[in-house]
Ligand binder design. Structure first.
Ligand code: ARG
Length: 476
């Protein structure tokens, strides 16, 4: 008599009790908890596989019809019932076995033929790939939404003059839009990185079987074309033993969340009373349980905090795979736990970020109030001297001296120096005219930048135009 605890239909060869005999072992080996979200991808792969089996005459027309009908019904049932679908059975381990068991229950022997020439190893490699591609499309849409928010904010507040910072010390004047579009550029690069990384993993693993392929006349081109996942993978061992698609996506997620974290940190500073550059909408701040006046930028702080978790998931994936020999090992099942967590978290982060940007305000007055501090126009003055024939290194020295003079005399601004003082600093030759004052003061300087992509007005207008074209917002 067969052992009733050896419940798994594929464990006939085992002596004694199956893992189903120990509830902890059942739970420990199962991935159903987190891989059930792959049911659509799994069914899509199974349909392509079944059609290929028909194409190479391994199943009949009628069997294919039954499989197609059964899988279509199962997909509809799961979509309708979600976690309440009665086919979910942890003792069957994973989404693949639950769907297949439900199919067999519905259509009998035709269902028993679905797994012909297939292993869960190539099956999961495919499911993962299909999921990654779908995830990437969703992420691209989120990057676009976020970047649209930056562009819209830049259109409204982008021409305010503000300081830029290197080493978090005042550097040169820019416009607000120059900085906003800097973040948009960074997130656009995150998107291009994502697309590139997804692209290199586009290979069809189906037909690789458990490790060595199959002796049956499978047509791997057939499933590849039907699923639109690139050509068949080159090597069945590699295709079933590698999780590069998961790791590459996790890296793309990590870079996105890392960039979000940098931006969040910048705006956390800008929201302080000390800076006062940015005001966040009330829905993205929280109060303090003790201090009645507080409006804390918690959402930005959590964006910064969650990036740690996403980086952690990438490290988990890398660490988990570093000892994986070239063949499937069960460790690989854990990839989805980490990847899904990183993806879900990153999606939330991108959505929240878009909301924060769409409702934020830059405070022109508060920013302008401090613009004369910190000699933001010092480099511009050096450039002016260069246009009068002074070698740049000399000009740099001269301006350095002039800054010291301003400090010593309590002037605080280069524009308060007289023409005589400028010329004295330059030596014998008179090089400085009245026109020097057009190179001084933050508002003048942001109009003078000429190099493409600059952080001043011309660079901002040029980038804004490109962004509007890219995002299809150009209503002109
Ligand atoms: N649930 C498994 C995973 O996610 C499917 C593959 C199981 N393969 C096996 N040989 N036990 O990796």
């Amino acid at each position: 008599m067969s052992n009733p605890t050896a419940a798994k239909p594929w464990e006939h060869a085992k002596a004694g009790e199956g893992s189903a005999a120990d509830p902890l072992a059942t739970r420990f080996v199962a991935s159903l908890d987190y891989d059930r979200r792959l049911y659509k991808h799994d069914i899509r792969g199974s349909l392509a596989h079944a059609r290929m089996l028909r194409h190479v005459d391994l199943i009949s027309d009628d069997e294919l019809k039954q499989i197609e009908q059964g899988l279509t019904d199962i997909e509809r049932e799961i979509t309708e019932q979600g976690d309440a679908w009665p086919g979910w059975d942890e003792s069957l381990e994973d989404v693949h076995m639950c769907v297949e068991a439900a199919l067999i229950a519905k259509v009998g022997d035709a269902g028993r033929k679905l797994h012909t020439g297939r292993s869960r190893n190539d099956q999961i490699a495919l499911d993962l790939l299909l999921w990654v591609e779908e995830a990437a499309d969703a992420l691209t849409a989120k990057f676009n939404t976020l970047n649209s928010a930056f562009v819209t904010l830049a259109e409204r507040d982008g021409r305010f003059v503000m300081p830029s910072y290197t080493h978090l010390q005042r550097a040169q004047p820019i416009v607000v839009g120059g900085e906003l579009l800097a973040w948009a550029s960074a997130f656009e690069r995150c998107n291009r990185r994502l697309r590139a990384l997804v692209n290199i993993n586009r290979r069809n693993p189906l037909g690789s079987g458990a490790i060595a392929g199959s002796s049956l006349p499978l047509d791997r081109e057939h499933t590849a074309a039907a699923l639109n996942v690139g050509p068949p993978s080159d090597n069945s061992l590699d295709a079933t033993a590698s999780r590069d698609a998961a790791i590459d996506l996790a890296y793309a997620l990590t870079m996105a969340s890392n960039t979000l974290s940098r931006w969040a940190e910048q705006w956390i500073l800008y929201c302080t009373t000390e800076f006062g550059f940015v005001t966040l909408d009330g829905r993205y701040t929280t109060g303090s349980s003790m201090m009645p006046q507080k409006q804390n930028p918690d959402m930005l702080e959590l964006l910064r905090g969650r990036s740690g978790g996403i980086t952690g998931q990438l490290v988990a994936l890398l660490t988990m795979t570093k000892g994986i020999t070239i063949g499937y090992n069960r460790d690989l099942q854990e990839d989805k736990r980490y990847l899904f967590a990183a993806y879900d978290s990153c999606c939330d982060c991108l959505d929240i970020a878009a909301g924060i940007v769409a409702t934020a305000k830059f405070n022109e007055k508060a920013i302008a109030a401090g613009l004369n501090r910190g000699y933001l126009d010092a480099t511009s003055l050096a450039d002016y001297l260069v246009t009068k024939g002074v070698p740049f290194r000399t000009a740099h020295q001269v301006v350095g001296k002039l800054v010291q003079t301003c400090e010593a005399q309590g002037l605080g601004q280069l524009a308060k120096l007289s023409l005589e003082q400028f010329n004295d600093a330059c030596g014998e030759r008179t090089v400085v005219d009245q026109d020097v004052y057009q190179w001084l003061g933050a508002a003048n300087v942001v109009k003078r930048y000429r190099s493409s992509g600059n952080g001043g007005l011309s660079g901002f207008e040029q980038q804004l135009k490109q962004w509007k074209q890219r995002l299809g917002q150009d209503d002109g």
